[in-house]
Write a protein that binds this ligand. Sequence first.
Ligand SMILES: [Zn+2]
Length: 304
Amino acid sequence: MAERQKTIKQAVSVSGTGLHTGQHGSITFHPASENHGIKFRRIDKKGQPVIDAHVKNVLSTERGTTLGVNGTHIYTIEHVLAALTGLGIDNVLIDIDMEEMPIMDGSSRFFVEAIEKAGVQSQQAEKKVLVITEKVEFEIPEKKIRVTIEPAEKLRFSVEIDYETKVLGKQLATLDDITDFKHEIAPCRTFVFLHELEFLLNNNLVKGGDINNAIVFVNKLVSQEELDRLAKLFNKPSVKVKEIGILNNIDLRFKNEPARHKLLDLIGDLTLLGMNIQGHVKAERPGHYTNTEFAKLLHQKFLS
Ligand SMILES: [Zn+2]
């Protein structure tokens, strides 16, 4: 029997801070009717504009996926979308009173917990599923980026990352069943390299961070002076580099947490297709640009 669409049983809210804007606010997930899909509503703006979680509305993919329509935008939607797809939710309206989804701990964990607290509700209509019948490929050879999808019995993901740094190495992450998302993928946090973080901090591009929401990889020698300066920026008495080459602001939840987080982002971004997918997605060095371009390609090939 075909699977049924799902929504949530009751409204539920999550409050937090946006990573890039530093704004503090709340999002509220509301139940929605069959075939409604996933939509965002900016309740802080006049007329409360609604933006569909659809690839046609992607405005930017720099440091996160941003949707925008008619001058209204919402930053960093990917971790919320991953949580919804990971729990099989098809229909929901998400109210937000700021420009950016809260970053929480940098993973999807808090959104998953909120949705589970609200409860999942089965609906009558069948789930809309795009069944992949032929291999589709997207490649940027000069950046060693590749995403493919192949026919499969169900939705599966394989992600490989290799940035040619010793500290991160080559990592693989797989998800063979979306019902494992909650435990295997949802808690995995985003990561940055120290040199990128310094750039972002120096250019005031990270405002919502005490940086307990990112794994920081250190791939060069850092002086104590530099670490003291970072500690100040992080609002911590001190920071150290651990033996494995990460800052001691957090402990890893999985050895391959970075690759798992890339898988999380991929699930979130592919949610913008507006349909469930049946196929095996394989990605090498994926990012938001690649993920959303791939979603556009699938949309163009199979849905338009
Ligand atoms: Zn992410």
